[in-house]
Design a protein around this ligand. Sequence first.
Ligand code: SF4
Length: 389
Amino acid sequence: MKICLCCEGVCPRRHLDLEKLKQWFKENNCEIIPKTKISKADYIIYIPCGFIYQYFNNAIKRIKQFQGLNPKLIVGGCLWDIDKESINKEFKGKYFTTKNIEKIEKFFPEFKISLGKIPDQNKMSIEDAIYWDKPFIENISTPITLTEKIKNKLNKKPKIFTIRISDGCINNCTYCSHRKAIGNLKSKPLEEIKSEFIKGSQQEYNIFCLTGMDSANYGLDIKTTYPILIKDLIKINPKAKFILDEINPKWFIKYHNELYILCKNKKIKLISIPIQSGNNRILKLMNRQYNSEEVLSKIRILRKKFPKVTIKTQLIIGFPSETEKEFQDSINFVKAGKFYSCHLHPYSEYPNLKSAKINPKIPKEIINTRIQKAIRFFKDNKIHFKAYL
Ligand code: SF4
């Protein structure tokens, strides 16, 4: 059986899900064929993202495009838990969800090897990713240094070994569309992470990306903590350097001393700290549980002492009731924190979000105007950005 797998706009966790499925199909003697030969496949497995409207709508368009091809289509991911009604109206075919990925097994009853036998994967192939045609503006280049790029090219190896350390999330942000899709925090047992880390170290990877929806809440459900995890990994491979993916600023504040020492010891290459807003009133409405001044003061300490550590952030533009001045607070925050880059997401309102009850709503045109203003501001201030319009 010929299978073509692809994902679109997804986070590293869903990309790793796709890699796991790829491995499962291979072990059940299927032939994996590239996107370029998609029409020759017996099945297309497609995992899109639905975090914001733009992604959701794009996913629906892509599903229709795939349905026009001969292969049978199976869709996975978060769409059903984000907006069941909308996706059910558009697609009545086979699907599985992020929380219940094993549901795919029922479409292949003849397979001998179960999905549960396939370990979590650690390499994400860019060949599996489809990129949006538009509208998507970016000017981000990789923060990996030239020497590392050359080294990676020579080794012909993907440069980063990614370890999913947890699934789900412990927070209750009022705007979060995918909380229902990913469920509660479930930390991966330390021993499993260690064994993946040893595997990566033995394959001579030195850069490890630790990924989770809010990575730094790692361990709170299994009586350990994120800093303990990193310290344990460094004991195994002292040469390892880390990319710390998706650190909610509240954990960045709590673990600041530990992160400071890790930066001092040159263990950290990149930290992603999604601030979402630089204004305290909006942060409170978002239920983010930190204040912008405290985050900024801690970011400034790292920035000043360790300028080589890349620090990225994200903003949600047009949260209900956000004023022009509050929007300005957000972009000024990014400048004041000297962030390497900022992803700009327009606020998207799905049914049943807690933020749906907050008024007044910001019209789409104003959200787009603010995003354009943010882009100009970041260009003027030489801050890299990605924006979704
Ligand atoms: S978990 Fe969220 S970010 Fe990841 S693919 Fe699903 S909707 Fe997108």
